[in-house]
Design a protein around this ligand. Structure first.
Ligand SMILES: Cc1ncc(COP(=O)(O)O)c(C=O)c1O
Length: 560
């Protein structure tokens, strides 16, 4: 593995990965001398004694955090309706579930799960290879392959197993893996289990990826592995460039769409669809524990490759299949995802509002361009205090600290089913806690609020750190998507085009800085030029809005 900064997969939160403990010489001596246990001595390792459980007894991090009242993990949820939970008898707004579309508590999904338990039982008690493939699993394989536009798919019992099983089955001795340093822990486990060598490139650094690819054995089988949406910081893989590189160097590409499935792209197929390169993604992986509101995982791709994985992936062959209720819940959730695109729209609306308002208060939510909203704190102790205060105020969020992330942050995700009132209250809690702890100024800064969101159809960037147009104004290649272009999109219904254009006008006006005045000034001209295609209602609404703003009128949303 390449040296350098570790990604979250290398060191799952919160306390690092002890499997890569320091060499014995660097560890505190473990005092077993004087005891008779011959078998406890580790021969040949500088006479050091190492009793297997001693490290556990010596490890006090958790106790220290508990004494400080700052232990944020393994919280027991006593009740949930999805958007709110009860912990220690107190009601909290759930702000870090990966239940993006809010389907985990949807009546249709829970009924499907209950019916499946009644019909098929609680467990299959067997692996898919032998007695554990029910018609539910077979249907899921087929429906997911169809949805993802791939020849075949196979469903595992968890997303973690899908990644471990797929990579270790495919990457044999002499094959090479090229993985982003920030990929998920399950992909890293797959790389550890694979016989081939792994090379890690700097996060989303395409020069580094090309450097590794160009110096590799041209005859070796090559697999590039990335997350579509990075789960902690919410930025995306630069898939258009990765696809170019994979073609140039004859590699295959696997994308983990755990946080992209149901969220990214017009149809919710993931980051590949979002960037228009879905066909070039050889292996699409997703988990069912997020938008699909269940537990399980799937890998989809070419039929012969899937046939290989079905018979060679140890995590599939030697593990019991998904439970019938889990399989039925995922099937129902998939059906709803296909039929109710408005859920995705609502998720993006909420996420964009949360990003904008948090940034407006002075918080840093970079580099996210997705519904994963990281509130960057940058200091471990402060991060735990911030989390504690948010909890006391009534918010359930997750603190994420080094080495899982470079800068400590509180990770939030709001769901399509949160109400506006819940979002209002959550934002107030952020403002209160942030001000109390000095994370944000007491007055709202008057700086321009930059919000880049990789909403369906807005594809010119993968991170808000990137230069270029701010959302929703970028299109493929970094060019600007203008209001007239939106209105002329023939594949979109008229009503959708109108609302997108109105949203863009509003956004432009709300976020106008000095450099935008010229552009805003030209807006009515452009609208006029396209007047034949644009209803007069929209023209007047947009122009009124812009002129009010130019005359110093205030926007309600910006100042809320
Ligand atoms: C990017 C990514 N991949 C894979 C997984 C594993 O999925 P599962 O929860 O189904 O094991 C997760 C879950 O956190 C994830 O975030």
């Amino acid at each position: 593995m390449a040296a350098g900064r570790r990604g979250p997969g290398d060191a799952p939160p919160p306390f690092g990965d002890d499997r890569r403990a320091p060499p014995l010489a660097a560890r505190p001596r473990i005092g077993l001398e004087g005891r008779s246990g011959e078998g406890l001595r580790t021969p040949g390792r500088r006479g050091q004694l190492a009793e297997l459980f001693e490290k556990c007894a010596a490890w006090k991090d958790v106790q220290v955090l508990k004494i400080a009242g700052h232990y944020p993990y393994y919280r027991v949820i006593e009740e949930t309706d999805g958007t709110e939970v009860v912990v220690d008898g107190k009601r909290l707004i759930m702000a870090c579930s990966n239940n993006y579309l809010g389907l985990a508590t949807d009546r249709r999904v829970t009924e499907a799960a209950a019916d499946a338990a009644r019909r098929w039982g609680a467990s299959t008690c067997g692996s898919r290879l032998l007695n554990g493939t029910l018609s539910l699993h077979d249907e899921l394989d087929r429906r997911l392959a169809r949805f993802l536009g791939k020849e075949a798919a196979v469903v595992f019992s968890t997303g973690f197993q899908t990644n471990v099983g797929t990579i270790s089955a495919l990457v044999l001795r002499h094959d090479l893996i090229f993985a982003d340093r920030m990929v998920h822990a399950s992909l890293v486990e797959g790389m550890h289990a694979a016989y081939g060598e792994t090379k890690r490139f700097r996060h989303n650094n395409m020069e580094d990826l090309e450097r590794l690819l160009s110096s590799a054995d041209p005859n070796a089988g090559k697999l590039i592995v990335v997350d579509g949406v990075y789960s902690m910081e919410g930025d995306l893989a630069n898939l258009p460039r990765i696809v170019e590189l994979k073609k140039k160097y004859g590699a295959r590409l696997m994308v983990d769409e755990a946080h992209g499935f149901g969220v990214m792209g017009q149809g919710g197929r993931g980051t590949g669809e979002h960037f228009g390169v879905h066909e070039d993604v050889d292996l699409v992986m997703t988990t069912f524990s997020k938008s699909l509101a269940s537990i399980g995982g799937v890998i989809a791709g070419r039929a012969d490759v899937l046939n290989w994985i079905r018979h060679k992936a140890r995590a599939l062959v030697f593990s019991a299949s998904m439970t019938p209720p889990a399989a039925a819940a995922a099937l129902k959730a998939l059906e709803i995802i296909e039929q109710e695109p408005e859920r995705r729209q609502r998720l993006w609306d909420i996420s964009e509002r949360v990003h904008r308002e948090l940034r407006g208060m002075g918080f840093d939510t970079a580099p996210s361009v997705s519904p994963v909203v990281p509130v960057v704190v940058g200091d471990q102790a402060l991060c735990f205090r911030f989390w504690r205060r948010l909890t006391d105020l009534g918010l359930f969020a997750s603190p994420v600290v080094k080495p899982a992330v470079e800068n400590e942050l509180v990770r939030t995700v709001f769901m399509a089913t949160h109400t506006d009132d819940q979002i209002d209250r959550a934002l107030e809690m952020f403002q209160k806690a942030g001000r109390e702890l000095g994370l944000i100024p007491h007055e709202k800064p008057h700086t321009r609020v930059e919000v880049k969101m990789a909403r369906p159809g807005v594809t010119g960037f993968y991170s808000s750190h990137e230069g270029g147009t701010t959302a929703p104004g970028a299109q493929d290649g970094g060019g600007r998507l203008e209001i007239a272009d939106v209105l002329l999109q023939p594949d979109q219904p008229w009503s959708r085009r109108l609302s997108d254009a109105a949203e863009m006008i509003t956004w432009k006006a709300l976020n106008a800085g000095p450099e935008d005045w010229k552009q805003l000034g030209e807006l009515p001209v452009r609208l006029w030029q396209k007047r034949r295609q644009i209803p007069s209602l929209l023209i007047s609404a947009g122009m009124n809005f812009v002129s009010r703003r130019q005359q110093g009128g205030q926007s309600s949303e910006r100042d809320a």
